[in-house]
Design a protein around this ligand. Structure first.
Ligand code: MLT
Length: 202
């Protein structure tokens, strides 16, 4: 997968896996890594799917309706890529925290739903429920931050609550930061994510 890897100053800090939103690329979330954990190594990946020229991490049938077969295929692909990248760049595969926005948060959520121990934790900005009706592996004690907007038209508040509940039911430690905003990623939300990260891992 197309990506940027930047080695951090402290190899013990979790590696940040950055996952952009629809139409973004691997450059987009790099500034977030400096705010969240400046000494961490960073692996920022570009989604392999194109929708009218816009990169994404998996196909969708329409707005908010995911192509499940492709979601599963792409989730496995990203999981395999993480293993390859860990070998190539010599980082600990078990020490990766995902930071995703929108479509990137959705594939990070899908990793948690499909691959046990694929992530050490996740920071999900405006995620949706990636899939319903499947058994989610145990996420006992796994820290998950969710940034959400009360007026988000793409991810309505009840869907955030549903995701929080699904993750909590399998043991994840979920914290939701609500704002009276829409789908955009706000600075205060990233600051809250940075606080969360510091509390859990720094
Ligand atoms: C998705 O397709 O993953 C969500 O609708 C968010 C987005 O617009 O990318």
């Amino acid at each position: 997968m197309k990506h940027i890897f930047r080695k951090g100053n402290d190899e013990k800090k979790p590696v940040l896996l950055l996952l952009h939103g629809t139409g973004g690329n691997e450059e987009d979330l790099l500034p977030l890594s400096g705010m969240i954990s400046p000494e961490s190594s960073v692996l920022s990946v570009r989604g392999n799917v194109l929708e009218n020229g816009m990169p994404r991490f998996f196909r969708r049938l329409s707005e908010g309706v995911f192509d499940e077969a492709d979601l599963i295929f792409r989730t496995n692909e990203l999981n395999d890529f993480l293993q390859e990248a860990a070998e190539r760049y010599n980082f600990d595969r078990d020490n990766v925290v995902a930071v995703g926005y929108s479509n990137g948060a959705n594939i990070a959520g899908s990793m948690l739903f499909h691959h046990e121990k694929s992530l050490k934790g996740a920071i999900l900005h405006h995620p949706m429920v990636p899939r319903r009706g499947i058994e989610i592996p145990s996420l006992a004690g796994l820290p998950v931050f969710i940034g959400a907007g009360k007026n988000d038209p793409i991810c309505p508040a009840h869907e955030t609550e549903e995701l929080e509940q699904m993750l909590s039911q399998v043991g994840a430690k979920v914290e939701v930061k609500w704002e009276q905003m829409g789908h955009q990623l706000t600075r205060s939300e990233v600051e809250a994510a940075a606080e969360f990260f510091k509390k859990e891992w720094l």
